[in-house]
Design a binder for this molecule. Sequence first.
Ligand code: ZN
Length: 418
Amino acid sequence: MPELLFALDSSKRFTDQEKVGHNRWHPDIPPVATVRPGQSFRVHCREWFDGAIRNDDSADDIRDAPLKRVHALSGPFTVHGAEPGDLLMVDILDMGPIPQEDSGPLAGQGWGYTGIFAKANGGSFLTDQFPDAYKAVWDFKGHRATSRHIPGVSFTGMSHPGLMGTAPSTALLATWNQREAALIATAPDRVPPLALPPEPENAILGTLTDAEFDRVAAEAARTAPPRENGGNQDIKNFTVGSRVFYPVYVPGANLSVGDLHFSQGDGEITFCGGIEMGGFIDLHVDLVKNGMQTYGVTENAIFQPGNTPPLFSQWLAFSGISVTLDGEQRYLDSQLAYQRACLHAINYLTRFGYQPEQAYLLLGAAPIEGRFSGVVDIPNSCATVYLPTEIFDFDVRPSTSGPIRIDPGRGAPKASMS
Ligand code: ZN
């Protein structure tokens, strides 16, 4: 086992640990450890809400999810010799849930969860059609997931970190804050919001205290969006075996990681997405000196995806085009086309007995594939979503005899009215 450089005690909150991580981006957040190029190391990660979501049959915790507390990140790790302009090469050697037999209170200890965020608290990709909070709890048996809230499916997780990245420079952070503030200013009262400005409340900034804490908390960027430093990219193929190259913006690079997903569908469409868990991840780091200029990787990370299973061979695909549900024609709107493809798949699955929310949660959690299939055929973009048919216990394909009806159980729990 590689040396454990960031240990978490599952019985304690993220802020009560021996080494305290962070939940904002800022160049002045102090590193928790130094690593050398060529070194492998293990990191524990808390699930992104630090234990606020419970293994029960109520979605009230998703409805009230403490969004100002995300993401609980492990790090930063400073890499000896890294300089701005280098590329930080990171290999994902291994990862998995919290290594403990019994089912415990923290997601990752034998279980994980997927939620649909309420429109009033985060929203999701299909928030107009699904404005209320729902939850599905998934049970892990080895690398396999099943859910008492979504009967009839089981699949092997393509586990990956939803979030990893390097610290921004002071100048890059200022750029983020300026451009995101300008977007927010176009509709400051929008629900859900267009973007999230810096938020000192619930900020966790490692060992910073007092005046330094207040200054950094007022400037530090939220962790929700992916940006030039990598960040919350939520790429389902970023599995064990992946090698990623991050731009380095500060001396030491200051690498951080978290938001582990047992599994996720392309797009993480329910937003409280994938199957969230805490766990461990083993990383190896190296440096490509001056790699940003050498390879032209100046705008964002590049990566070689992992090649871990499951590798499915049978799919059922749904297409969508850039026409709204009200029949309005839009011009090459791939976001809309992907929404229509997802709604198409959800509608189809209801014919087998699923409630729409169960189908939506399934698309967020299972390793479905999403593609922008056509982007030039005016006026319609064409997007497609692919369901691996092997994840279903029954034949989910259309046939001349009509759909089998499954027992949907009690359904996915919905939040009560707040
Ligand atoms: Zn996540």
